[in-house]
Write a protein of this length. Structure first.
Length: 209
């Protein structure tokens, strides 16, 4: 079993779903956790749960992965003695056909699911470069491997993550990239997915339920 005792781990999208689940698991491995999300109340609750589960430390930060300004501000202010693991998990899904989806929604999904992780990784380059070994875990999706109905922009963003982070690993000897490729998992992602006009889908998919 890989040991995470005392490791410094940053997780995006940690206020619910897969991100919160990863945080809780790593807490039992006694890691130092830095958790980001947009919902302060839920994020603070996850932090408290992690401390109760055995985390060496747990800190939470409000970061909007769709906002370059928010990501840049966090990157400039973030201070940790090390960054052993970066888990890029935050994302938003889609429930509309390609022709029904407004271009602004296409862009919004790409901002959160692709440009957000890219900008954060570049913003933390100083910490990453200082590490002898830095692991980056990227949550993609089975929809990042092939097309899927009602997910055109989501699929595009998840496909793009593979190209960027595979290239990043090849360019940097100290970086090891792992792609997390979940199928349907019981999380709120379908409820918060965007419809063609940018509103919330608001329904739990049968497959996820």
């Amino acid at each position: 079993m890989i040991r995470f005792d005392g490791k410094h781990i940053l997780i995006t999208g940690a206020s619910s779903g897969i991100g919160a689940g990863i945080a809780r698991e790593l807490a039992t491995r006694h890691a130092n956790l830095y958790l980001t999300g947009r919902d302060r109340d839920r994020l603070e609750k996850v932090c408290e749960e992690c401390m109760g589960a055995g985390a060496a430390s747990a800190s939470c930060f409000i970061v909007d992965m769709a906002s370059e300004e928010s990501i840049s501000a966090f990157s400039r202010s973030f201070s940790a003695p090390a960054l052993d693991v970066l888990i890029l998990n935050a994302g938003i899904s889609q429930r509309s056909t390609a022709f029904e989806t407004d271009p602004s929604v296409d862009r919004a999904i790409m901002e959160t699911d692709f440009f957000g992780p890219v900008l954060l990784t570049k913003g933390l380059v100083g910490l990453i470069k200082r590490q002898e070994h830095c692991s980056i875990a990227v949550t993609t999706s089975i929809s990042g491997l092939f097309g899927f109905p009602l997910r055109s922009s989501y699929c595009a963003a998840k496909h793009a993550l593979f190209g960027f982070f595979e290239s990043l690993e090849l360019e940097n000897r100290n970086i090891r990239v792992t792609f997390l490729i979940p199928g349907r998992v019981n999380t709120p992602i379908s409820k918060s997915a965007l419809d063609g006009k940018g509103g919330k889908h608001g329904v739990m998919d049968d497959g996820q339920a």
